[in-house]
Design a protein around this ligand. Structure first.
Ligand SMILES: Cc1cc2nc3c(=O)[nH]c(=O)nc-3n(C[C@H](O)[C@H](O)[C@H](O)COP(=O)(O)O)c2cc1C
Length: 179
C-alpha cells in the first residue's frame, strides 16, 4: 500500500550530511511507490512558539502568519514522518526544536504516525547520539499512537558530504524503500 511520507530536514546546511540522508530516504520511498516529500526547513519561515495561549483552549488556530500552518497540515495528513537533525552540542538543532514547539496548536491531531529519526554527528560513536534520539521521543511521547520504526545514525561525519560512502547512506535508502 502506498504511503504518504513526509521528510523534515532541519539542518541549516543544504546538501549536508543529514540532508543527504533525507534524500536517500526520499528516493527509497519514492522508488517503492510511495508519495514522499522532503521539506528543507530553512526554506520555510517558522517562528518560535511564543506561548501566547491562543491555541491552548477553544480550538483557536495559531495567530502567527508564517509557513508553519502548511508544514503542520502535512504532518497531520502524513502516514510516515521522518525527522532529521544534525547533532549540535549533543542535542537536536534549534530549527527542529522550533518546529516541534510550533506543533502545539495541532499535536493532538498528529496521531497514529510511523516515525523515523535521522541524526548526524562528527563523533564516531552511536551511543553518543542517544540523547538526541531521546529528545525526538520526548515529542512523540506526547502524541497518540506513534510507532517508532527506525533510526539512522550518521556518525563520523563532520564536513559537509562526509557521510557519502558510509553505511548510513544505504541504510537510509533501504529504510525508505521498506517504509
Ligand atoms: C553548532 C555545532 C555544534 C556541533 N556539536 C556537535 C556535537 O556535540 N557532537 C558532534 O559529534 N558533532 C557536533 N557538530 C558537528 C555536526 O553534528 C556534524 O558536522 C554533522 O554532520 C552536521 O550535520 P549536517 O551536515 O546535516 O548539518 C556540531 C556542529 C555545529 C555546527
Amino acid at each position: 500500500m502506498s504511503k504518504k511520507v513526509l521528510i523534515l530536514s532541519s539542518s541549516p546546511r543544504r546538501g549536508g550530511n543529514s540532508d543527504l540522508l533525507c534524500d536517500q530516504f526520499t528516493m527509497g520511498a519514492q522508488q517503492a511507490g510511495n508519495h514522499a516529500e522532503k521539506i528543507f526547513l530553512k526554506d520555510k519561515k517558522i517562528n518560535y512558539c511564543t506561548a501566547c495561549g491562543t491555541c491552548f483552549n477553544g480550538n483557536k488556530t495559531c495567530p502567527q502568519k508564517d509557513d508553519m500552518a502548511e508544514v503542520l497540515e502535512k504532518m497531520v495528513t502524513a502516514d510516515v514522518i521522518v525527522m532529521a537533525t544534525p547533532v549540535y552540542f549533543y542535542t537536536m538543532c534549534g530549527q527542529m526544536k522550533t518546529l516541534i514547539d510550533r506543533t502545539v496548536s495541532r499535536y493532538t491531531q498528529i496521531s497514529n504516525k510511523e516515525f523515523y529519526f535521522i541524526a548526524t554527528a562528527a563523533v564516531n560513536h552511536k551511543p553518543a547520539l542517544e540523547r538526541t534520539i531521546e529528545e525526538f521521543r520526548g515529542f512523540t511521547s506526547c502524541l497518540s499512537g506513534p510507532k517508532e520504526k527506525g533510526i539512522i545514525y550518521g556518525t563520523g561525519a563532520w564536513e559537509k558530504g562526509e557521510i557519502i560512502g558510509k553505511p548510513a547512506m544505504e541504510e537510509a535508502y533501504q529504510l525508505g524503500f521498506t517504509v
